[in-house]
Write a protein that binds this ligand. Structure first.
Ligand code: BGC
Ligand code: NOJ
Length: 809
C-alpha cells in the first residue's frame, strides 16, 4: 500500500494523507541552522548542535506521536478550528498534501473551501527557518478567519531542558517588540544568543506563555486561546516560553493572502549584547527580519536553494529505463547522504540530539557518499575528525558538533575506528586529487601543542591495528568493532551498565575477523599514499603486513564455508558451525570478500554462496543466523535483542551493500542488483504499510525473518546505510568510481538494466558515459573520445573539459 507518490520532475515525495504508518520526515538546512519537519509539521530545529543549541522543544516517546512543531491554527467565525497539517487538531480535511523536497517542505490542507499552504525552509547561508503561509479562499463566499501560529521554545540545552526542573521553571524570559517575540533565556548571564519568531504584518495579538495559551491541562489540539478566538498577550516569565501570533484574515472569493513568518537565531558579540540595560540588542535580528519581510524575498531565497540542489545533484546523473533506480541514484540517496553528512548520528526522530553527536566511524563512512557533492566540506570534516584522534592512533568514538571535542562519556576503545579515517581520507583524495591534505598539521585530542601531519595520523591508524593483535595474530576487538553490540569484554550482569563502555573483564584475547577484513581492504590505501609520498619502504612494509593479515584470516578466520566473526574472551569461535546460535555473520562475509581475501582460492565465492543460502530473506540480508535465543554474557548487547531485531539477526541495512559490492567483485551483477532492490526504499513504496518508514530514505534496520514483524523498518534517516548504498550503486553496480589516476568505468548490474547513461563530474571535468549493457559481469570495453582504451580506467581530464566515454559491459 502507498501513501503518496514520487514527483520526479520536482524531486519531491508527495504524501497524500496525514495518516502515514509513521511520521514521514524531512530535513531543512544545510550548514548551521537545521530543522526536522514531519509531514504533519511536527519536529524541532537547532543551531549547529541539537544538544547545546536546541531552539524548539520536542518530546520523544510522546503521546500522541509527533506532537509539537510549527503549528498554524485556523479559527472560523463559527468556532470551527482546524490545522492545514492535520495535527494537532485533527479536524478532517477536504484535501491534504505534503511535498517533501530537497531542503524544503510544503504542506497544504483544505477545509470548507479554504486552502492553507505552509512552505518551510532554511534559506542558504541564513540562520532561520522561513514559514510562508498562503491562505486561499477557493469557495464562493467571503471568508473571515483568525490565524494563530504556535511554536514552543526549548531552553537551549536540550538535556537540561528535560531534566533540570528545579532551575528551568524559573529562568525563561522573553521580550515582545511589535510582531516579534524574542526568546532570551539565559541571555542575562553567559549566553550571547537569542531566538525570535516574527511575522511580516501587524498582529491582532500574541502569546509567549504556554500555560496562558493552551491552558494547563490542555494539549496542543485544544488551546484555550484558539477556542476563544483571541490572544491573551501573555508575557512569559519562567515556565515554558512559546511564540504565538494571531492575525485576522479576510478573503473575498478567489482571493489569497501570503504571510511570512520567520524563526531566527542571532548571536551578538559580547560587547554588543544590550541595547540598554535589560533590553537585548536587536540590530542583527532586525536586519534578518528585513531580509525576509516580503513573499518576493522568500521566493528569491527559495529559488536559490533549488538552484543549489540542482547544481549539487548534477555531479552524478543516471538515465536508465528503471525509474526507481533513477530516483534513488539521482535524488534521494544523495540527499540522504547530505543529511547523514550534516548530522552524523546526532539528531533525528530517533536520535534525541542529546546522546551521540558525531561518530568517528560514522562520519568517516558518511563521507564516502557525500564527498562528490561538496568536497571542500568533506576536507574540513576529515580534519575535524582526525583532531579527535589520540597520539596512539586510537580515537574518541564520538564528538560534539559544536565544540568538536571528543566525548569523554563514551571514550575510545572501538578498535575499528582508526581504520575508517584512512578510508574516508582516501575517498576524498581520489575524488579531488588533493594529496596536499596529507600535509595539514592536525592536533591529537584537540591539543594544539601536539600536532602532526594528517599522513602521520593515518600511519598511526594503520599501526594501531598492528599494535593490538591477539593470540591468533588477528586484531583485538576492544569494546566493539563496527557491530556496536558485539561486546566481547563486557560481561555485564547488572542492568543499566552501558554495553559499549563497560569492560568487566578486559583482556587481550577477543579478536575480530571483521577488523582483519577492514585492514586488508583499507591497508592498501595507506600503502599507496605512503608510496606517493616517496616512502617506498614504508609502502612495502605496509603491503607485507596486509598480506600477512590476509593469510592469517585464511588460516584462523575461515570456518570451512564462510569467514568466522570473532574469537571471544575465552578464545572460543563466534560465527562458526560449532556455535549453537550465531553461526554465520554478514559483516566478515562482506568485508573480507570486498578485501578479496581468498578470491583466487574460491573462499570469496564460498562465503557469498553461504550468505545467499543462510542469510538472504525476502526483505534483505539478515545480520546473522541463527538468532540468539538467550542472553550471552560473553557476547553482550547483540544477544540482548529479541530474535530478528537490530544486531540480533535483523536486516541491518548498512552492511547489505558490502555483500552487493562483493558480488560485483565476482561479476555476479544480477545477484548484486537483486540484493540492492530488496532494501532500496523506492522499491518498497508499494509495501509502505509493512515497511512503515519513508519510501524515499533508508532506515537503519528492517526486522529479520525471526522477528514477529518481519519487514518492518525502524530508525530512518541517520544511518551509514545511505553512504554505503550510494557507493554500492554508483561505484559498483553502475560502476563509475574515482581512482587515484582516473575514473574507473566498470558496470556490473546484471542484465535487467539495458543501456544507460551517466554524467559524472569529477575534478572539474565532465564525463559523459554511455553504457551498452549486456551484463558481462564487470568485463568492459571502453572507448574514450572515440578511441579504444585498454582496461577500465578513463584517465582524468583537465578541469573544464568534457570526455565522451563509450562502454560495452
Ligand atoms: C544500539 C546499537 C547501536 C549503538 C550505537 C547501541 O546501544 O543498540 O544498535 O548501533 O548503540 O552506538
Ligand atoms: C549504529 C552505529 O551508528 C554504527 O556506528 C554501528 O556500526 C551500527 N550501529 C552497528 O552496530
Amino acid at each position: 500500500m502507498r501513501y503518496g507518490h514520487f514527483d520526479d520532475e520536482r524531486k519531491e515525495y508527495v504524501i497524500t494523507t496525514p495518516k502515514t504508518p509513521y511520521p514521514w520526515i524531512n530535513y531543512l538546512g544545510s550548514e548551521r541552522f537545521f530543522g526536522l519537519i514531519s509531514h504533519q509539521a511536527g519536529g524541532y530545529c537547532f543551531y549547529r548542535d541539537a544538544r547545546l543549541r536546541r531552539i524548539l522543544r520536542f518530546r520523544y516517546n510522546n503521546v500522541p506521536a509527533d506532537s509539537g512543531g510549527r503549528y498554524f491554527y485556523v479559527r472560523e467565525t463559527d468556532g470551527d478550528v482546524w490545522c492545514p497539517s492535520y495535527m494537532p487538531v485533527k479536524s478532517e480535511l477536504e484535501s491534504f498534501e505534503c511535498r517533501h523536497g530537497l531542503g524544503y517542505t510544503r504542506i497544504t490542507g483544505k477545509r470548507r473551501g479554504l486552502s492553507v499552504e505552509l512552505l518551510a525552509f532554511v534559506p542558504d547561508g541564513v540562520d532561520a527557518e522561513v514559514h510562508q503561509v498562503t491562505l486561499k479562499n477557493e469557495s464562493d463566499k467571503p471568508r473571515e478567519v483568525t490565524l494563530f501560529s504556535l511554536l514552543e521554545f526549548c531552553l537551549w540545552n536540550a538535556h537540561d531542558d528535560q531534566t533540570n526542573f528545579q532551575r528551568n521553571l524559573s529562568t525563561a524570559e522573553v521580550e515582545i517588540d511589535g510582531s516579534t517575540i524574542y526568546h532570551k533565556h539565559e541571555y542575562r548571564e553567559r549566553r550571547n544568543h537569542y531566538a525570535f519568531y516574527t511575522v511580516n504584518e501587524k498582529v491582532a495579538g500574541f502569546d509567549s506563555d504556554r500555560e496562558s495559551f493552551l491552558g494547563l491541562y490542555n494539549g496542543f489540539h485544544e488551546p484555550d486561546v484558539v477556542k476563544a478566538g483571541k490572544s491573551r498577550n501573555s508575557v512569559a516569565s519562567g515556565w515554558s516560553p512559546i511564540a504565538s501570533h494571531s492575525l485576522e484574515v479576510k478573503l473575498a472569493p478567489g482571493e489569497s493572502k501570503t504571510l511570512v513568518f520567520l524563526l531566527g537565531y542571532i548571536e551578538n558579540p559580547k560587547e554588543e549584547k544590550w541595547e540598554k540595560p535589560g533590553v537585548i540588542n536587536k540590530k542583527r535580528a532586525k536586519e534578518l527580519i528585513a531580509a525576509f519581510s516580503t513573499p518576493a524575498q522568500v521566493q528569491a531565497a527559495f529559488q536559490k536553494l533549488q538552484a543549489r540542489w540542482s547544481g549539487l545533484l548534477s555531479s552524478y546523473k543516471l538515465t536508465s529505463g528503471d525509474e526507481k533506480l533513477n530516483r534513488m541514484v539521482n535524488v534521494w540517496n544523495p540527499y540522504q547522504c547530505m543529511v547523514t553528512f550534516n548530522m552524523s548520528r546526532s539528531a533525528s526522530y530517533f536520535e534525541s540530539g542529546i546522546g551521540r553527536g558525531m561518530g568517528f566511524r560514522d562520519s568517516n563512512q558518511d563521507l564516502l557518499g557525500f564527498v562528490h557533492l561538496v568536497p571542500e566540506r568533506a576536507r574540513e570534516r576529515i580534519i575535524d575528525i582526525a583532531s579527535t584522534q589520540f597520539p596512539d592512533g586510537s580515537a574518541y568514538h564520538q564528538y560534539q558538533p559544536l565544540t568538536k571535542r571528543g566525548n569523554n562519556d563514551v571514550g575510545s576503545g572501538f578498535n575499528d575506528d582508526p581504520l575508517w579515517l584512512i578510508l574516508g581520507t582516501a575517498a576524498y583524495i581520489k575524488e579531488t586529487g588533493d594529496f596536499g591534505i596529507l600535509d595539514e598539521e592536525v592536533p591529537f585530542d584537540n591539543d594544539e601543542k601536539n600536532k602532526a601531519s594528517l599522513f602521520e595520523h593515518l600511519k598511526r591508524s594503520f599501526y594501531h591495528v598492528m599494535e593490538n593483535l591477539g593470540p591468533h595474530g588477528l586484531p583485538l576487538i576492544g569494546r566493539a568493532d563496527w557491530n556496536d553490540c558485539l561486546n566481547l569484554n563486557c560481561f555485564s550482569e547488572t542492568p543499566d551498565e552501558p554495553y559499549q563502555t563497560t569492560g568487566n573483564r578486559v583482556g587481550r584475547t577477543a579478536e575480530s575477523i571483521f577488523i582483519a577484513g577492514m585492514f586488508v581492504h583499507i591497508g592498501p590505501e595507506y600503502a599507496t599514499l605512503a608510496e606517493r609520498r616517496g616512502l617506498a619502504d614504508e609502502a612495502k612494509k605496509a603491503r607485507e603486513l596486509v598480506k600477512k593479515m590476509s593469510d592469517t584470516v585464511l588460516e584462523h578466520g575461515w570456518d570451512g564455508d564462510w569467514y568466522l566473526r570473532a574469537y571471544d574472551f575465552f578464545g572460543k569461535k563466534v560465527g562458526s558451525k560449532e556455535c549453537e546460535d550465531g553461526q554465520i555473520f554478514i559483516e566478515p562475509q562482506g568485508y573480507c570478500s570486498m578485501a578479496g581475501i581468498g578470491l583466487e582460492s574460491g573462499h570469496v565465492k564460498k562465503a557469498l554462496d553461504s550468505v545467499k543460502a543462510r542469510l538472504d530473506t525476502k526483505y534483505g540480508i539478515v545480520l546473522q543466523q541463527p538468532a540468539y535465543k538467550e542472553y550471552h554474557l560473553e557476547l553482550g548487547e547483540i544477544s540482548s535483542y529479541p530474535p530478528g531485531y537490530k544486531e540480533n539477526a535483523g536486516i541491518f541495512c548498512h552492511n547489505n551493500p558490502w555483500v552487493i559490492i562483493a558480488e560485483t567483485l565476482l561479476g555476479r551483477g544480477d545477484q548484486a542488483f537483486d540484493y540492492y532492490k530488496k532494501i532500496a526504499p523506492a522499491y518498497l513504496e508499494d509495501i509502505s504499510d509493512v515497511h512503515r518508514t519513508e519510501p524515499y530514505v533508508y532506515s537503519q534496520m528492517i526486522a529479520g525473518r525471526d522477528a514477529v514483524r518481519h519487514g518492518e523498518a525502524k530508525n530512518s534517516w541517520l544511518t551509514g546505510t545511505a553512504a554505503w548504498n550510494f557507493v554500492a550503486v554508483s561505484q559498483h553496480l553502475l560502476g563509475v568510481k574515482p581512482e587515484w589516476d582516473g575514473l574507473s568505468v566498470r558496470p556490473c548490474i546484471g542484465k535487467d538494466i539495458a543501456d544507460f547513461t551517466i554524467e559524472r563530474r569529477c575534478r572539474g571535468a565532465t564525463y559523459k558515459i554511455r553504457v551498452k549493457n549486456q551484463g558481462r559481469g564487470g568485463k568492459v570495453s571502453l572507448k574514450v573520445n572515440g578511441k579504444p582504451v585498454p582496461g577500465h580506467l578513463v584517465p582524468y581530464a583537465p578541469a573544464g573539459s568534457t570526455v565522451d566515454v563509450e562502454c560495452e559491459a
